[in-house]
Design a protein. Structure first.
Length: 391
């Protein structure tokens, strides 16, 4: 497997992660090092100047990064998601995001500005107004929450709703507008409101869009609100869920590593032996390992199929990707929470100190439940795939 990040660099990231967490600081130095290592171009095809890693390889790289610096990995993940969409489209003959692939390889940092307060429709609706500029472009007006990488993104993918009926490019009813705005273009304010219990270095602050402009060539899709099988939507959904899962799998991998170290170190007064000789502890460690084995089988399996489905249509699951990707995200993030929880139990009270790495993983891993797809929506997707839509 190709590695873009050296063990030495990852070790540096791990040291910084503790400081960023304590200081609630953005991972600026990590980002500079990741840029220098070409990490922003991990999944960009070599023809566009990137490293050309597959989705499967990128998922593995992201887990490796996350095992050292979870918040750094989560924030950079938002960039990789966009590259994943560009690549998904490119490999299927759609060149509309080729510019993004080239810009990502050239060092631009992409953010993901989709989440909104009170929008549980996620990709299917928006509370942000997309106002046509009369020349095929749009300005955006609304509030985006949890925008990771806020201090550093240079391009922000946004979603808004054009309700001006008929004046949208295709006319005829409201349209969801998927587009990109630039930091240089202004028309937004980033609030200094990120003070969370975990994933602190991601600095996923609120973004108030107040006229941020996307010109016509940065408006990627105008789609009717509601479910869509448009490749752009499928690309976002699959890249997002799969890469997100890898970040949380990486946290769990590290928790297991720390737990193994801890039970070898801690001794029992009862037996005089290390806890690694305690049958109950051994069972917990084994349980964690067996969970992670199945987690990686699932991530590798789905990413391999997604990679191969670009050239082998028999592997294309169509609408089935929604169930597959949402299910993967929920299973992996829930498994990660369980593994970290078990790691904490066998490692003891020292993990309760805010300076403990395992304690930090315990806080970081919780974020997994808040990202889409939620447990409920993944179940709704699975039910719909078997029972049809809810009437
Ligand atoms: C660490 C982390 C990083 C993330 N990074 C990104 C990212 O880069 N890009 C991205 O798009 N998303 C990102 N997300 C967002 C995430 O995917 C969810 O959208 C987010 O957690 C919101 O979840 P929620 O709707 O359950 O929150 P809630 O707690 O329900 O709501 C969040 C806020 O919205 C307000 N609100 C809720 N309902 C309403 C309403 N009806 N009207 C008005 N206000 C309301 C709440 O008061 C609260 O302030 C990130 C999440 C986390 C945890």
């Amino acid at each position: 497997m190709t590695h873009l990040l050296s063990d030495e660099l990852l070790g540096t990231f791990r040291e910084r992660a503790a400081d960023y967490d304590r200081d609630n600081a953005f991972f600026a130095e990590d980002l500079a090092d990741l840029q220098a290592a070409g990490y922003l171009g991990t999944m960009v095809p070599t023809a566009f100047g990137g490293a050309g890693l597959s989705l499967r390889e990128t998922a593995r790289e992201q887990a490796r990064l996350s095992a050292h610096a979870p918040a750094t990995a989560l924030a950079v993940n938002m960039h990789h998601v966009w590259v994943g969409v560009g690549r998904y489209l490119h490999e299927r003959g759609d060149s509309s995001l080729d510019w993004l692939l080239a810009e990502a390889a050239a060092g631009e940092v992409f953010g993901f500005g989709y989440s909104e307060p009170g929008n549980d429709l996620v990709l299917l609706g928006s509370r942000t107004e997309a106002r046509p500029d009369g020349a095929g472009g749009y300005t955006f007006h609304g509030r985006k929450i949890f925008t990771s990488n806020s201090p550093a993104w240079t391009r922000l993918g946004v979603l808004g709703l054009d309700s001006s009926n008929g004046t949208g490019r295709r006319g005829g009813g409201p349209r969801l507008v998927h587009a990109f705005v630039t930091r240089d273009g202004g028309g937004f304010e980033i609030l200094d409101d990120w003070d969370t219990i975990g994933m602190r270095a991601s600095q996923s602050r609120t973004t108030r869009l107040d006229g941020a402009h996307a010109p016509a060539d940065r408006v990627l899709r105008l789609l009717p609100p509601g479910p869509s099988l448009d490749p752009y939507v499928l690309g976002i959904f699959t890249s997002f869920e799969v890469l997100l899962a890898s970040v949380y799998a990486g946290i769990a991998d590290r928790a297991l590593e720390l737990a193994v170290e801890a039970v070898g170190r801690r001794t029992s007064m009862k037996t005089g032996k290390p806890y690694s000789q305690d049958p109950d502890v051994r069972r917990r460690i084994a349980d964690m390992a067996l969970t992670q084995d199945s987690v990686w089988l699932q991530i590798d399996g789905i990413t391999r199929d997604l990679d191969a489905s670009a050239s082998d249509s028999t592997l294309d699951r169509g609408a089935g990707w929604f169930r597959a990707a949402a299910g993967l995200k929920v299973r992996v993030t829930e498994a990660a929470r369980d593994v970290v929880d078990q790691a904490v139990r066998v490692s003891g009270g020292s993990t309760y100190f805010s300076s403990s790495e395992l304690g930090r993983l315990y806080r970081d891993v919780l974020a997994g439940i808040f990202h889409p797809s939620s447990d409920d929506s993944a179940h709704a997707t699975a039910a719909q795939s078997l029972l049809g839509p809810l009437e």
